[in-house]
Design a protein around this ligand. Structure first.
Ligand code: OMD
Ligand code: FE2
Length: 453
């Protein structure tokens, strides 16, 4: 039985409350799921012999001794142990997938940058060969920092699998539909959804509708978590039940296969004789999941002023310093603007955090033109930015009646570490050389006389 020919409705998930279309709801839950009846041991993790002749194996996403609230691990019951899914490794080149530290001589990251949508590829590109790194930050060797990528995918991986020992991947599709066939089950992903693929999980990416383009935040550090809501209370922003984790699905397929591993920025391949997606049952809280961005309930200003964008945080990956994230994933989506006597768009600012933004669809309020769907901008550590002239003049003179921002979905990967451009981002991606000029036409209005100008 393979995940290809397994009807989705036939996938069994026992013990999962509210199992829905092959997914189980809830963020950080302790899930249990089995694709064959009785495959999951009850009452213990390591029976002397497992049902169906399966091997028991633990996948640890945190240190064994991590505090209970953060401790994540999953027990897998699989046809072969993972040591059979990785043989001898030989190095391979994946030239466009870069890892921090990657400070390129003669490439300056000091500046405000913006790119047109990266053109859709005409060549044959998979999830691995189609990954294009834009920026890197921090250092993978000490498990801090991140990288931002654009993916351009036209071809499914066939008998080919991948895992990253370096990172958890946050995937933000912008066009096309992808299937992530993972050790723990299947995630289908399309624009307006995101997925998290945890460190160490083996998967294959198939194109359901191509070409596919999107953004990836590669998190070298502590896992993404839900932000605390503070005085907001128990609801709104991203609600835990809207996160969906796949039910178990396995492949028993003996064909020559290739496994690619990313480890400390290096890529290696290994050849094996079967599919590694052979987990028949699993239980635990270390898993892949997806989330529909349309279920994000923004909370904002309902009387005056423009709050910090942290109110729109979907997920946050801590850095060890309280309140200072390794990465915040922030969503700017449709919402009502009602603030009185206020300049409603983002203010002008300089930020110790580095802000990489991507447009999923529509128009972003601070940049009515030039920041197109599929486009990217980077406002690095302490580099000033804010609304362009049209946005400033428009918002300064607008009648302040309730106004709905429609057809808009952009996001920000915000990190405490400066982001360094890759050579590809600086020299090959469609950078807009004239971007800084969007602020040139802002007029000096001050003339020494009092009064609103
Ligand atoms: O720079 C940006 O456009 C992102 C942003 C949005 C906002 O509402 C406030 C601050 C901020 O950095
Ligand atoms: Fe900003």
């Amino acid at each position: 039985m393979t995940t290809h020919d397994l009807p989705r409705g036939m996938i069994r998930a026992s013990g999962a409350i509210g199992t829905h279309e092959g997914y189980m709801p809830g963020f950080g839950n302790d899930f249990e799921t089995e694709a064959l009846p009785g495959a999951l041991p009850q009452g213990q993790n390591s029976p002397q012999k497992c049902n169906y002749g399966l091997y028991a194996e633990q996948l640890s996403g945190t240190a064994f001794t991590a505090p209970r609230g953060q401790n994540e691990r999953t027990w897998c019951y699989r046809i072969r142990p993972s040591v059979h899914h990785t043989g001898r490794f030989s190095p391979i080149e994946v030239p466009h997938w870069k890892t921090a530290p990657n400070v390129v001589p003669n490439v300056t990251s000091l500046g405000q940058y913006r790119w047109d949508p990266i053109p859709m590829p005409e060549s044959d590109l998979t999830w691995i060969t189609g990954m294009r790194t834009m920026t890197t930050a921090g250092d993978v060797n000490i498990q801090v920092g991140m990288a931002s990528h654009v993916y351009l995918v036209t071809r499914s991986m066939e008998d080919e699998y991948f895992f990253s020992a370096d990172s958890e991947l946050l995937v933000v599709p912008q066009e096309g539909r992808l299937r992530f066939a993972t050790e723990l089950g299947i995630i289908d992903l399309e624009p307006k959804e995101i997925a998290i693929i945890p460190r160490g999980l083996v998967y294959r990416v198939e194109v359901l509708e191509g070409p596919a383009r999107g953004f990836v935040c590669e998190n070298y550090g502590q896992k993404f978590d839900l932000p605390h809501r503070g005085p907001i209370g128990a609801n709104c922003l991203a609600n835990p039940r809207d996160f969906k984790c796949p039910v178990a699905a396995f492949e028993d397929r003996e064909v020559p296969s290739r496994v690619v591993i990313k480890w400390c920025g290096q890529f290696h391949e290994s050849h094996i004789g079967h599919s590694p997606l052979d987990v028949v049952a699993w239980h635990g809280n270390y898993c892949a999941y997806k989330y529909d961005l349309r279920t994000y309930s923004p909370v904002g200003a309902i009387l005056f002023d423009h709050p910090d964008p942290s109110i729109f945080t979907v997920l946050t990956a801590p850095s060890g310093q309280e309140g200072t994230a390794n990465i915040d994933f922030v969503l700017f989506r449709e919402r009502w603007m009602v603030a009185e006597h206020s300049f409603r768009p983002p203010w002008y600012h300089k930020n110790i955090m580095s802000e990489l933004m991507g447009n999923i669809y529509g128009q972003y309020d601070a940049k009515p033109r030039g920041f197109a769907p599929g486009g990217i901008s980077l406002h690095n550590c302490m580099l000033p930015h804010g609304p362009d002239r049209d946005a400033f003049e428009g918002a300064s003179n607008a009648e302040l009646k309730p106004h709905k921002l429609e057809n808009t979905m952009s996001f920000m990967f915000e990190t405490r570490f400066p982001q360094h451009l890759t050579e590809w981002a600086a020299r090959e991606a469609p950078m807009q050389p004239e971007y800084v000029e969007v602020w040139n036409q802002l007029q000096k209005k001050f003339d020494g006389t009092p009064g609103v100008k």
